[in-house]
Design a binder for this molecule. Sequence first.
Ligand SMILES: Nc1nc2c(c(=O)[nH]1)N[C@H]1C(S)=C(S)[C@@H](COP(=O)(O)O)O[C@H]1N2
Ligand SMILES: [Mo]
Length: 427
Amino acid sequence: MLESKSKEAALESVAGNGLLHRRIFIAQGTALLGAGGLGLLTPSLAAAQRLPNLAKVPGKSMSGYGNRSPYEAHIERNNILSYPGTTGSGGSWTPLESLEGIITPSALHFERHHSGVPDIKPEEHRLLIHGLVDRPLVFDLDALSRYPMVSRIQFIECSGNSRVGEGALPVQKTCGGLHGLLSCSEWSGVPLSILLDEAGVDPKARWLLAEGADSAAMTRSVPMAKAMDDALIALYQNGERLRPSNGYPMRLLLPGYEGNASIKWLRRIKVTSGPTMTRNETAEYTDTRPDGSSLLFTFEMEVKSVITAPSLGRSMRQPGLYEISGLAWSGAGRISKVEVSVDGGKSWGLAALADPVLSKSFTRFRAAWRWNGTPAVIMSRAFDESGAQQPSRKQLLEARGLKRNYHYNAIQSWKIAANGEVTNVHA
Ligand SMILES: Nc1nc2c(c(=O)[nH]1)N[C@H]1C(S)=C(S)[C@@H](COP(=O)(O)O)O[C@H]1N2
Ligand SMILES: [Mo]
């Protein structure tokens, strides 16, 4: 009696076209579905009970530095492109559709370089803090490593991410191909506030300038309030030293800010009274409004979500129960809720948020869907603790005009055809 009641509750629809209540992911909801519940076919029992041949011979030996399974070697960063005439001025995109949880493996973290990856010898690298300070300071890696460190799980998103969504025609790429200038890592390092306190910041100082050691000499202005709040000199990424392509041996990490401001290969911080107005924050990385004027300093990445499964390249099979899974994030703080629609935005149901739900980090969401095998359009929309809501594409384009080139955070839709194939659509 009780059992059948809870089974019924677990399978309760919360929105049109078969979207189920998120409690299926709480308690043992999926167990209530029984065998084959999520559309899986049960493989032969007899075959599974036989001892595999490989279990009768010794396996391979240990290794100094691990490799993934050769059967996973096809999972790679994509869209790898260098501007004509350059070697490393371009980007590579994280294959979001192939990953689970909230951590991006370091080897798959997206890359965006304006002049390639410098080959920095750690013992030669220095970080200079100067400008409006009582005591200019110079740190080598060894000195920095003796400061108290903190670890935080934060996303980095390039402000140009997803901008193909502005185009009149939907681009047919995977989730990572559309949105993969986006990754999330555990970053460990020294809070910038500690170093600034040691240098003694002049009360007149309101900003600082951060400069990279690459030949692009990437420079950005950062408000002092941000520097003193949660800015990090990151030394470690997912437990090991930063990857060269992500800033080895040290980068600035500004949680929630557009990726461009998190200066890699950080070599200099100059404390200033105002913003420096560098090339990368005037000629580039500003948003143009419909009237032709430009916004200065759109630092915070706004609330956004994407569905990673099902998605282009991850087709559906026969009708049945499926998990819709995706990522939500916001530069303003924590994700407060994610809603999913499987009827093209006519009705919405709450998705389950997987622990942990952290500030300025990826949040994994899940929803259960009973697909009846007819064409459907699925989409997700995220909300954050500041009260902000992810806009529809129409709302975003209307509000910002087509001249706007950065910070595209509109809802994206996947169309499921009757044969289960997935395409990108403007819904
Ligand atoms: N020194 C330096 N820092 C840089 C860049 C660069 O080219 N040089 N690119 C910026 C841009 S545009 C982005 S989106 C992020 C990307 O960080 P990632 O390559 O670690 O993903 O680094 C930023 N920091
Ligand atoms: Mo970027």
